[in-house]
Design a protein around this ligand. Structure first.
Ligand SMILES: O=C(O)CCC(=O)C(=O)O
Ligand SMILES: [Fe+2]
Length: 274
């Protein structure tokens, strides 16, 4: 027993792409570079948001980004769309530096950590540009895993939460994001197509707000019957032990993995395997 190394050295072995060097660990024994608590302390406001989210599977966050940031994201996304000419762009952070702040944008990350715990990783960063004339999306879940409201005896639920930053005010013309509140815990999958649910809700998000929703929630974007594009950046998070959709191997991701904060490194998948 006496030969066991001190805990921080053991901890280093868990980090394939080490979050910090062994020397840093020994210099800084009290503060390893990963979270020490799973559940952060919540303000009364965030505790209310968590309770709402648990019940309904979504949350609209006001003032999630400033109008200045909305403008900057719009021009970054316009440039990205012009370059790629695709409805979907993935690995969005690689496209333009102006997207970078979304990774750990405090009003959203605080809530992700309040809901999922502090060990949070990015699942994907994407954008979707819906052209005028695009038809209704079908009901879907973003998560392929089966759902059981009771989880497992060990308490596991697929912990994948998406966050839409809609850069154009959503209207009935350009297409609400339509959700079925509470459906994130339904045992069964959504129907084919886009039939109406009596309890569906059409969220008309405004630029500056963030629409956070459980990846298991039944949702879809409505048709764009306006004359303008409908632009959204989607930052999707998950518990750090789930598999991410994206590889985080581009130059921007690598830079964050080398010189970001410990939290940013974890968000970009620094804990590759155990
Ligand atoms: O366009 C929207 O509002 C939702 C997009 C969406 O659900 C998706 O891309 O998976
Ligand atoms: Fe979706």
């Amino acid at each position: 027993m006496d030969n066991l190394p001190p805990i921080p050295y053991l901890a280093k072995d868990y980090y394939h792409r080490s979050l910090t060097s062994a020397k840093d660990l020994s210099d800084n024994m009290e503060k390893p570079p990963y979270p020490q608590y799973l559940n952060p302390e919540l303000t009364p406001e965030i505790a209310r948001d968590v309770a709402f989210f648990k019940k309904w599977g979504y949350l609209v966050v006001d003032n999630a980004i400033t109008q200045q940031q909305v403008k900057s994201l719009r021009s970054a996304l316009n440039a990205t769309f012009k370059r790629n000419d695709k409805q979907f762009t993935d690995q969005l952070l690689e496209e333009d530096k102006r997207f970078a702040f979304l990774l750990d944008n405090p009003p959203v990350l605080q809530r992700m950590q309040a809901i999922l715990g502090t060990c949070v990783q990015l699942h994907s960063a994407t954008s979707r540009v819906t052209e005028p004339g695009q038809e209704d999306q079908n009901w879907h879940r973003d998560v392929p895993w089966p759902v059981d409201p009771d989880g497992t005896p060990y308490g596991a639920l697929p912990g994948q939460i998406n966050c839409g930053y809609y850069l154009d005010e959503l209207t009935t013309e350009n297409g609400a994001v339509v959700i079925v509140p509470g459906s994130h815990r339904a045992l069964f999958r959504p129907p084919e197509g886009h039939p109406r649910f009596p309890e569906e809700k059409r969220v008309l998000a405004k630029p500056g707000q963030a629409v956070i929703f459980d990846g298991c929630l039944y949702h879809r974007g409505a048709a764009n019957q306006s004359k303008k594009r409908r632009r959204v950046c989607l930052m999707c998070y998950q518990t750090a032990w789930m598999k991410s959709r994206e590889p985080f191997n581009g130059p921007i991701a690598q830079k964050i993995l080398e010189s970001g904060t410990d939290e940013q490194k974890m968000l970009m998948g620094a804990i590759e395997k155990w």
